[in-house]
Design a protein around this ligand. Structure first.
Ligand SMILES: CC(C)(COP(=O)(O)OP(=O)(O)OC[C@H]1O[C@@H](n2cnc3c(N)ncnc32)[C@H](O)[C@@H]1OP(=O)(O)O)[C@@H](O)C(=O)NCCC(=O)NCCS
Length: 280
């Protein structure tokens, strides 16, 4: 789609009020981000008060995650996106964030916008899906439930820091509270952590974070066996080659591409798979 440069608009950006909708309505990631970061959502309006665009962000340790940024199609190319991103960055800076990360659609205007804003390509993320496989389930005894009371700031935080580059025990805790996190142990020590999200249409596997790529592939196979008979989805960074091979053997096929952009390169994504939504 061709987007012509337009005249700059008079834009006012302010924090979204509690309860003020930041569409799309019913979006679980935006709803979750607004509970952890109630002041991290922003609305841009023109001089008449009409909504031009919206943004939503969450701070995790020293990283600022841009969860959503959307400018109305008629108002693009007029500086609204930049005004919203500036507000989001100020929010992050005030809370100690030193880097920005966004999982963007594989779309030229979004890429141009974020590259222009100083971000770089961190990786491509393949969206993968597997049709229900009526395979005999593998034994799942080796998977231990990670309950809400688990020491999420300990080894889980360390593992998350190694794989993603910053720790998000709060997000693991959110999933553990729902009973959706398991660990894989070897010799009594956890070597991998995996979560899932059961939707009406499919079960989204991930995040997965592991000590080694092989342990990541093992816990993926165990999770797939646990949910055999249901449609599965998975988000894989392209450098997670061992996970990609394991996913292929399990019947996963790539169906979409997203782009992870950051302004600070860190973490080891060879042993990481993202969750289904924007909290990659
Ligand atoms: C990406 C998006 C937020 C950009 O918003 P926008 O209001 O059009 O962007 P701005 O007008 O503020 O542009 C800021 C800069 O990015 C550049 N830019 C924006 N779109 C561009 C394009 N298609 N090609 C090249 N540069 C572009 C602008 O030229 C401008 O740079 P300049 O100040 O040097 O002229 C908007 O296109 C959008 O909502 N897209 C759909 C949703 C989406 O993809 N969101 C991002 C992921 S969450």
């Amino acid at each position: 789609m061709r987007v012509a440069a337009k005249r700059p608009l008079a834009v006012t950006v302010r924090t979204a009020r509690p309860g003020e909708a930041v569409p799309p309505a019913g979006d679980a990631d935006i709803a979750y981000a607004r509970t952890t970061d109630p002041d991290g959502a922003f609305v841009a309006r023109d001089a008449e008060g009409r909504v031009l665009g919206l943004a939503c962000a969450a701070v995790r340790e020293d990283a600022l995650l841009l969860i959503a940024l959307d400018v109305g199609a008629a108002h693009r190319g007029s500086g609204v996106g930049l005004a919203l991103l500036t507000a989001v960055r100020a929010y992050g800076s005030a809370r100690g964030a030193r880097s920005l990360e966004v999982l963007a659609p594989d779309e030229s205007s979004a890429l141009a916008f974020f590259l222009r804003a100083g971000l770089s390509l961190r990786t491509l993320v393949l969206g993968m899906e597997a049709e229900p496989v009526p395979a005999a389930p593998q034994p799942v005894a080796a998977l231990a439930a990670v309950g809400p009371g688990a020491p999420l700031s300990g080894w889980i935080a360390a593992l998350d820091r190694e794989t993603r580059g910053f720790a998000r025990p709060r997000d693991w805790g959110h999933r553990a509270a729902g009973g959706h996190v398991v660990s894989l142990k070897r010799g009594g020590r956890p070597v991998a952590l995996g979560a899932w999200d059961e939707g009406t249409r499919e079960t989204a596997l991930g995040p997965i974070a592991a000590k080694t790529p092989e342990a990541a592939a093992d816990i993926l196979s165990m999770l797939a066996a646990r949910f055999h008979g249901t449609r599965l989805s998975l988000a894989l960074p392209v450098e997670a080659r061992v996970l990609l091979l394991a996913a292929g053997a399990l019947g996963f096929r790539a169906v979409s591409t997203r782009v992870l952009l950051t302004d600070r390169r860190r973490g080891d994504l060879r042993r990481y798979a993202g969750g289904g939504g924007r909290f990659f």
